[in-house]
Design a protein. Sequence first.
Length: 475
Amino acid sequence: MKRYTDSDIPEVLFRIGDLADSENLPCYLVGGYVRDMLMKRACTDIDIMVVGDPVSFAKRVRNGLNGRNFVLFERFRTAQFEITDSIAGSLKIEIVGARKESYNPDSRKPITETGTLEDDLSRRDFTINALAVSLNALDRGTLIDRYGGLDDLEQGILRTPLEAEQTFSDDPLRMMRAARFAAQLGFRPEPDMVAAMSAMHERIRIVSRERISQEFFKIMLSPTPSTGLKLLHETGILGDILPEVTAMAGIEQVDGLGHKDTLYHTFQVVDNVARYSDKLWLRVSALLHDIAKPATKRFTPATGWTFHGHEAVGIRIVSKIFKSMRWPLEPLDYVQKMVRLHHRPIPLSKEEITDSAIRRLMFDAGEDLDDLMSLCRADVTSKNPRKVMRIMKNFGNVEEKIAEVAEKDLLARWRPPVDGADIMRTLGLSEGKMVGIIKSRMENAVIDGVIPYDRDAALAYIRQVYDELQGSGRS
């Protein structure tokens, strides 16, 4: 049996084992830390399981190892804190008791009971997470593998310790975790497990939106999000949590003319973005950029399939998704902006590019212009390499023009040459609708090239606009 030493495991963790021995508590490293150690992946989140009272033991470990930021979860019999090791650095420790855990058919909250090592490992989600390493002196460093997790780890297989139906019934969120580990680690889900996910997909609805979203974001942040998204879609789970996304699936034919499958195109766009950006909300924007195509799809014999206005309709659907999924509202404006503008650079890449068109794009995109251009590049999924090369060259021309205009009139980070306070001071106005109208007219004049990006020119222009408005008021 393989044994691990302090060359594999931080010595401070064996000191926790010494404290457990002083209380006659069986003590084990479990879960993701053991998996990542075997895969030689960095991990600073450490789960330690004791067969006994974890709360009093956690307090003793905290005191003995100068733990900080101690948080206790009495209901779940767990405690979290941080310790610092001279070699491993800062480590986040969670101490749990061996337990049995299950869900009632209509409950979102688990029923937790004290259990044995066998109980605890068997209730884990996948065999690769059902591995343990003893920290007690008697068998220190010994790997415990009751369910063939080591073989599954070596072969890249994702499998549940017990029957998949039982594992997923105990906690339906594990179905999404299967998609997450497939996307994160590149593991192959075992066929019987996938069949169980398909048969039980509706059970995901009893899980809170907050927990679902947490797993969903981890899928979106994985190296190849499409691996997890496709598994969720093919098992029906994606339709339970994001029906607006699955509505993009399929190809409709009329008079022999079909359109591409928007959903699988979207999955490819998400992967394209993931290759060069780890920004969560840019990846979410990629997933939702064509979200309104099903609602705006039309066919006419003269033009074929069209999706007119899908950008405008899309921002309303995005808002609905954010609310239903209980996502944070702070990134909503950003995602809506990406959805609203994702087609804007495309016409510019096909025609003679004017300074005013570039200024308008720069103004509307603001500081998110680079992300918008990245999304547009990712949106090119043609299998024709010549077509891709031509489109990318055209996007390069747009980006060169952006750099040229930015250098010429300092619009890279748009700030109007005069602000509302300048307008009120110059014209003797108090805050109100008139100031907003004049400011908007001035900004558009700069963007459209009517006046240069210059403070004196802008001040002269606002006086002119004010005189015009005053004249129209008198007449």
